[in-house]
Design a protein. Structure first.
Length: 352
């Protein structure tokens, strides 16, 4: 889950957040923060329930986050499937099963935990592979987060690129098989969005009507904050916490993917963590970032990456024809482009 999403909450939200364990005064939010998904996560609840009840809710949400982090972490995942180069034996972790198909491994069968794979295939198809759940071999090769970053050779990239193609997953009903030798699955582009949807369901079960979920910048605004819409800032790419705009919303996931979030700059060229599954190289197009706004966190997470890879023209076209999806594209000149369902007044973006 190695993508740190750079969405900045506006000052009014940041000031209202308190750290876990502080005394909860009347009408003040109750907030807890914890380390997960290689980032700091924060959940803020606006409710008058007793502090002990809110502590139990927050503890349950934190445990759920850590459970899924352990499942979907690319470095320690039940779904990370690889084939040995030597005798052809299969290297696999708990939960990955042999199939009855030659050179195939079953990568699904855990109930609720299966859903990211199902959704990943859905958004891979929707974006024609711009978002691709089988990107893991290239993610590992580039190792953007590594301390000793080195640009891979063309030969290395071509070798790994042939293992990247969501179409190499057999998604027959009831069974999902990874058919490619050396193939591997990476949920980094969808997991936090998926988990935010699960946390939202837990909040609803607990009859919480107002909360803010922040999984390292993956934001979900549940309800309203003190009867007002939440305001979430969209960072100006490559700036020091300067905002390009703020989004006013309730009951929405607001998730950004951008080339400025994690990258290396060598000889004036930026090598971003967002890799084009078709070329094998970090994206190099007309975009600095894309922010997707949706009532579904899973969709917002996956499509923000997909739109980034597609570029402004193709990404905007898909955003405008996809239901329950709006998007803010920021080009290389830091100019904003809004999907059809958005309107902007001053520095604020509203949903029509």
């Amino acid at each position: 889950m190695r993508r740190i999403i750079s969405i900045i909450l506006t000052l009014s939200i940041l000031v209202s957040c308190t750290s876990c364990g502080l005394k909860k005064a009347e009408n003040e939010p109750y907030s807890t923060s914890f380390q997960c998904f290689d980032t700091v996560c924060r959940i803020t609840i606006y409710d008058k329930k007793p502090k002990k009840d809110l502590e139990k809710i927050c503890d349950k949400l934190e445990k759920k986050c850590k459970h899924y982090d352990s499942l979907y972490n690319l470095d320690d995942s039940r779904y990370s499937v690889e084939f040995n180069n030597g005798d052809g034996s299969i290297i696999y972790k708990e939960g990955v099963h042999f199939s009855n198909k030659k050179n195939a491994v079953r990568v699904i069968g855990f109930g609720e935990e299966d859903e990211p794979l199902y959704d990943s295939i859905k958004y891979s198809k929707m974006t024609d592979g711009a978002f691709d759940v089988t990107i893991a071999p290239l993610v590992k090769l580039w190792n953007i987060n590594g301390k000793d970053f080195k640009i891979p050779s063309d030969k290395q990239i071509k070798k790994q690129l042939k293992y990247v193609d969501y179409k190499q997953i057999d998604d027959s009903p009831g069974n999902y098989y990874l058919l490619t030798k050396m193939g591997s699955i990476d949920f980094g582009g969808i997991a936090k969005g998926f988990v935010s949807d699960l946390l939202l369901n837990e909040l609803k079960k607990s009859k919480i009507k107002s909360a803010l979920i922040d999984l390292g910048g993956n934001i979900y605004t549940h309800g309203k904050k003190n009867n007002s819409l939440f305001k979430v800032g969209i960072k100006k790419p490559f700036s020091n916490n300067e905002l390009s705009a703020t989004v006013k919303a309730k009951d929405k996931a607001i998730i950004t993917a951008g080339i400025y979030q994690r990258y290396h700059k060598i000889n004036g060229k930026i090598y971003s963590h967002i890799i084009n599954p078709k070329t094998g190289y970090p994206i190099d197009n007309d975009l600095n970032s894309v922010t997707v706004i949706s009532d579904n966190g899973t969709a917002a997470d996956a499509l923000s990456t997909g739109f980034m890879v597609m570029g402004l023209k193709k990404g905007m076209a898909l955003a405008n024809k996809t239901k329950n999806i709006e998007a803010v594209f920021i080009d290389k000149d830091n100019k904003l482009h809004l999907s059809n369902g958005l309107k902007m007044k001053g520095n604020e973006i509203n949903i029509k």
